[in-house]
Design a protein around this ligand. Structure first.
Ligand code: PRP
Ligand code: HPA
Length: 178
């Protein structure tokens, strides 16, 4: 059986110069369309939490919805979407965060998580960690107990793991790309 690392390396496609010149874009659509690789990634993400009490998975738009939905099902947890502003119909909590150019905002329904619930944050990739740190802020506004933040891909040179760990959130990633 190929190693986890080899399976993921073979299943993740790299697109040079997307969305801008000089960027190597790590494309997980090829992982998602590969049944064995998709299952392997989800099994690996959930395995430290199997049999533990997890109330909710919070997934970050957009690829965190796909992975987070599968993780939630496997852990028999609920799923809560964290979205770009203006997409959620009910009352929300909102946080501003910085992107490469300028600011954006993300939101979560205020009744998506109850105070004290145990939550795992899921996304496909952590780069600078700005997006995930904003999601941590939202969840903490609601009083969530964040057990961990999980990602398939880490870009360690961009410092996202350190940023989240400085907030007291344990980080789990499956593969790193320089
Ligand atoms: C990507 C990725 C993470 C975020 C990571 O999403 O899926 O959510 O960027 O970057 P950061 O660690 O530097 O914040 P993107 O902004 O491309 O949004 P999308 O999934 O809706 O296309
Ligand atoms: N892939 C997907 N999302 C990203 C990337 C990437 O390489 N870099 C920053 N966000």
């Amino acid at each position: 059986k190929p190693s986890l690392e080899d399976t993921l390396l073979a299943a993740i496609r790299t697109i040079p110069d997307y969305p801008k010149p000089g960027i190597l874009f790590r494309d997980i659509t090829t992982l998602l369309s590969n049944a064995r690789a998709f299952r392997r990634a989800i099994d690996e993400l959930v395995h430290p939490y199997a049999g533990k009490k997890v109330d909710k998975i919070a997934g970050i738009e957009a690829r965190g919805f796909i992975l987070g939905g599968a993780v939630a099902h496997q852990l028999s947890a609920g799923f809560v979407p964290i979205r770009k502003k203006g997409k959620l119909p009910y009352e929300t909590v909102r946080v501003a965060y910085s992107l490469e150019y300028g600011l954006d905002e993300m939101e979560m329904h205020r009744d998506g998580v109850s105070p004290g619930e145990k939550v795992i944050l899921v996304d496909d990739l952590i780069a600078t960690g700005g997006t995930a740190a904003a999601a941590v802020q939202l969840l903490r506004q609601i009083g969530a107990d964040i057990l961990a933040a999980c990602f398939v891909i880490d870009l360690p040179d961009l410092g996202g793991r350190d940023k989240l760990e400085a907030l007291g959130v344990p980080v789990r990633t499956l593969i790193g790309f320089e």
